[in-house]
Design a binder for this molecule. Structure first.
Ligand code: NAD
Ligand code: TYD
Length: 341
């Protein structure tokens, strides 16, 4: 499409901001609107350089008035905004229901009223639940089995998206991405947390025995997958996005320490996460059949990412010094003694 007006929710967050930069680069004629509440993990610094290029609104996706206003005249919506951290959902799940469930419903209702041509919902492989104990990969047709409040809220959102397609004929597509890493990720997820801790010679808190496996995908690959599904996905369908790389928590810690030439003595095994899912692994063949292919290997992507955090200390030091970061850190990690103690 030559001229398109795109609404991107959550565009000041980690993946959303990479996607905004990518669209601004690849589609100079498109109008880009970003709606973001700038919660603890939303950060305007992630959109640096795009001043004058994008229309930014600070607002809540669960507020119908705000949503109706910013969606006016939009051709498509790409919906990233979410509460995204499993551990926080174990402490207080209310914001997850507000944003991930009610916020998604408000967006879908507005899309119907405004005749939006396509709604892309950014979901997660966590809706499938734990697939440990087998080497099979989750397929889009597999049943949902969410096990954390975060995963449950994302599964609920997906059901609302699918219901809007079936009941009202809304053109929807869903992506189910695997664990994503790269620059600008709030340092609560494992890779930015361990990278920034290692820079400071602080411990890397590994849950349980570090056996839990994730399929780590570079953020650029995730964004390219979303762009592919937006253009070529079939209405009403969901598409897995994953790197076909399975790495456990111990290996993540070892790789980060190796990349930074830091000692393995920084690895600290702590009490496991309650209800920890021990394996997520998706089959991305359906998205690959649309022409998407991941570009980054973990061997290249991880050291490049660690180096980014080493080169951008001011970005994450400000965050780590803030009250939102410190209060979660204190509430969560101080109650997780070393597994050996
Ligand atoms: P993030 O936590 O970095 O960013 C979320 C963004 O949403 C922030 O900018 C925040 O300010 C905004 N936001 C939160 N509540 C809002 C509200 N009520 N109204 C408007 N804006 C609000 O998240 P992320 O890691 O970039 O994830 C983006 C999306 O991708 C999420 O939907 C997440 O479920 C999904 N996803 C993430 C991963 C991952 O590994 N990070 C993997 C698969 C899928
Ligand atoms: P995380 O980055 O929180 O993503 P998710 O839980 O959504 O997959 O966690 C990734 C893996 O790393 C998961 O198995 C839990 C583990 N983990 C740790 O071992 N220590 C930590 O401090 C964190 C945050 C995660």
């Amino acid at each position: 499409m030559i001229n398109r007006t795109l609404l991107i929710t959550g565009g000041a967050g980690f993946i959303g901001s990479h996607y905004v930069h990518m669209v601004a680069r690849d589609h100079p004629n498109w109008t880009i609107r970003v709606l973001d509440l700038l919660t603890y993990c939303g950060n305007l610094a992630n959109l640096e350089g795009l001043e004058g290029r994008i229309e930014f609104t600070k607002g809540d996706i669960a507020d119908p008035d705000t949503v109706n206003e910013v969606m006016s005249g939009c051709d498509a919506v790409v919906h990233f905004a979410a509460e995204s951290h499993v551990d926080r959902s174990l402490i207080d799940s209310r914001p997850f229901i507000h944003t991930n469930v009610i916020g998604t419903q408000v967006l879908l209702d507005a899309c119907r009223r405004q005749d939006v041509q396509r709604f892309l919902h950014v979901s997660t492989d966590e809706v499938y639940g734990d697939v440990a104990g087998t080497d099979s990969l989750s397929l889009e047709s597999d049943p949902f089995c969410p096990r954390s409040p975060y995963a449950a809220s994302k599964a609920a959102a997906e059901h609302l998206v699918q219901a809007s397609h079936v009941s009202f004929g809304l053109d929807t597509v869903i992506t189910r991405g695997s664990n994503t890493y790269g620059p600008n990720q709030y340092p609560e997820k494992i890779i930015p947390l361990f990278s920034t801790n290692a820079i400071d010679d602080a411990d890397l808190p590994i849950y349980g025995r570090g056996d839990a496996v994730r399929d780590y995908m570079h953020v650029e690959d995730h964004c390219l997958g979303i762009a592919t599904v937006l253009e070529h996905g079939k209405a009403g369908e969901a598409y897995n996005l994953g790197a076909r790389l399975e790495v456990n928590g111990r290996e993540v810690a070892e790789s980060i320490l190796q990349a930074m030439h830091k000692p393995e003595s920084l690895m600290r095994y702590v009490d496991d996460r309650p209800g920890h899912d021990y394996r997520y692994a998706v089959d991305p063949s359906k998205a690959e059949s649309l022409g998407w292919q991941r570009q980054w290997s973990f061997e290249d992507g991880l050291p490049a990412t660690v180096q980014w955090y080493a080169n951008h200390e001011s970005w994450w030091r400000d965050i780590k010094a803030g009250t939102h970061y410190k209060s979660h850190d204190a509430a969560w990690y101080e109650s997780r003694p070393s597994a050996s103690s």
